[in-house]
Design a protein around this ligand. Structure first.
Ligand code: AMP
Length: 546
């Protein structure tokens, strides 16, 4: 077969070399200064290997003759070869770095996308390659995929190279990791090959990474971390609550300053911000215990200034609830706050916070409707509204909430993301009494018999956890296990016991690898809540139920 190449660049000369080595004859290689009119007159194939945006002009300059006109673009269809009735395209799915290496690679049996005249397949077969028909409609997609596979992978490797240099770790170490990862993906597919913090839903580690990365490296990191999270069936990083451990946090005791007014608090915190100091915030309703203390210690460990608020918020109590009798002890609270490193204790009264009736409500739909929201219909609107107002008053960098109120934490995290409130919401683990009862200001309502009975919530959670770890995946059956534990305690009346998705708080059809067990029960007249996470490890495939 006789062929002519138009466009003697890397691709053109690679093809010329490979075809000649395969027994074809090259009539001419033509460049930009050559007359193209007769190129198709005295050969079987004219191969156009100019840049994509010049193909149409080059094809138009060639007078139709006996040759089939072929382009080697991955993205273009056959229409760019318009004047020629016999046309085709051949695109090698490989990079051609220079004519010599390129000629060798073309003859190594790779894949070529072909379209149009059968001569395209003949070219590929002559080179010993594998032709794959890609029609014009799928051409851009085919080419985009090639760009991701080749070019984007290079961009990612370049990030690895830059970060390895910064970390002072030899690049070789990461090459091994990348090669093994690619092998795993080829063998088992992407989802089983996922490891690392995004796949585990470990948002604290992702936060650490983001803080360590130079600003201009963060976008790429975050886009891909969120994609890994999506593959693992997890929500994007921004919508996950970051949790921190509160164990063994040492703090320097303080003498908290009581600040009862919004104006004074703003003035003090404006000064702190001007001095470049970070502000950590712990909202509470007072009657402080070590659960609150753990939040304060977490705030003290990560911020220059710690603000805690004590405000029993009427908006989150229904008329039938315990607003008037809610336990209060400011003197003791000042002591607990000081032991745990609080600098400013914001103690507004109701008229300071709500000088006139509030007609504005912040409401986080769906998340607020179920579980505690079903039993206390106005509760979470009251919480989201007061927390928004407190965020606006304090302007913290970080705000700390207990996982004890797991649904509240999910609502605040979602609200902060939805309203783009510039504060990082941080969740802290539940602090328990030695017998396992979650600490709560309301535990003071319990008489000794009720106090002993209250441990049933924790026992029910333990039974639910054991059932899941034993392989139970039906959320209703896990709920039944917890329910029967509470039923055996005469002083307790169950409100709900559920096994839910930790992010949506919905009951899934089947339990996945991450579950939150939620429970609420009345012991006497006191309503108690508790919860725990159960992880069974493996990553769940995309699209399967949580
Ligand atoms: P409260 O004063 O009940 O409104 O609680 C104020 C904050 O302390 C909330 O973020 C609670 O989730 C958190 N909290 C209450 N009890 C505990 C506990 N036992 N462990 C951890 N955090 C808690």
């Amino acid at each position: 077969m006789l062929f002519t190449v138009v466009g003697p660049g890397r691709a053109g000369l690679s093809f010329a070399g490979a075809l000649v080595a395969s027994g074809w004859q090259c009539v001419a290689t033509l460049g930009r200064h050559d007359d193209l009119r007769l190129a198709a007159a005295d050969c079987d194939v004219v191969l156009i290997t100019v840049p994509d945006d010049q193909i149409a002009a080059v094809a138009a300059a060639i007078t139709p003759g006996r040759a089939v006109v072929v382009h080697a673009s991955g993205a273009k269809g056959l229409d760019v070869l318009a004047p020629h009735a016999r046309r085709a395209s051949v695109h090698p799915l490989m990079s051609l770095p220079d004519p010599e290496t390129g000629a060798g690679k073309l003859r190594r049996g790779g894949v070529f996308a072909v379209a149009g005249d059968p001569v395209a397949e003949r070219i590929v077969t002559a080179l010993g390659g594998r032709p794959v028909a890609v029609d014009d409609g799928r051409r851009p997609l085919y080419h985009a995929t090639a760009a991701v596979a080749a070019n984007h992978l290079v961009a990612l490797c370049a990030q690895v190279e830059r970060l390895a240099a910064r970390a002072g770790v030899p690049l070789d170490a990461y090459w091994d990791l990348m090669e093994t990862t690619l092998e795993n993906v080829r063998r088992s597919g992407p989802i089983p090959s996922l490891t690392g913090p995004a796949a585990r839903g470990d948002s604290s580690t992702i936060s650490l990474h983001l803080e360590a990365l130079p600003t201009d490296e963060r976008t790429l990191y975050l886009v891909l971390a969120n994609e890994a999270a999506r593959l693992a069936g997890r929500p994007p990083y921004r919508e996950q609550t970051r949790t921190v451990s509160t164990e063994a946090l040492a703090v320097t005791p303080t003498t908290p300053t009581l600040v009862p007014t919004i104006a004074e608090l703003r003035a003090r915190l404006d000064a702190e911000r001007r001095a470049g100091r970070s502000i950590g915030f712990v909202p509470t309703m007072g009657y402080l215990h070590d659960g609150h203390g753990s939040l304060m210690r977490a705030a003290a460990a990560a911020n220059d200034v710690v603000v805690a608020s004590i405000f029993v918020n009427p908006l989150q109590f229904a008329p039938t609830e315990d607003l008037a009798g809610y336990p209060r002890d400011l003197e003791r609270d000042i002591g607990v706050a000081g032991t745990n490193g609080v600098h400013l204790l914001f103690t507004p009264d109701v008229t300071e916070m709500y000088p006139r009736p509030m007609i504005t409500t912040v409401s986080v739909a769906e998340l607020s409707a179920r579980w505690d929201g079903a039993s206390r219909p106005t509760h979470f609107d009251g919480v989201s509204t007061v927390v928004t107002k407190l965020f606006n008053i304090v302007g913290p960098c970080r705000a700390y909430f207990g996982e004890k109120d797991y649904q509240q934490l999910a609502i605040i995290t979602r609200m902060t993301a939805d309203l783009a409130i510039p504060v990082e919401v941080i969740g802290c683990p539940i602090v328990r009494e030695p017998d396992g009862l979650a600490m709560s200001s309301r535990n003071v309502y319990l008489d000794p018999a009720q106090r002993a009975a209250a441990v049933v919530l924790r026992r029910a959670l333990d039974a639910g956890t054991a059932a899941i770890l034993d392989g139970e995946r039906d959320p209703e059956r896990v709920s039944d296990v917890m329910t029967s534990v509470v039923a055996a305690e005469p002083l307790a009346t169950l409100d709900y016991a559920a096994a839910v998705d930790p992010h949506t708080l919905e009951v899934p059809a089947t339990l996945g690898s991450h579950t939150r067990l939620l429970i609420a029960a009345r012991v006497g007249t006191t309503r108690l809540i508790d919860n725990c996470g159960v992880d069974t490890g493996s990553v769940r495939p995309l699209g399967t139920p949580a």
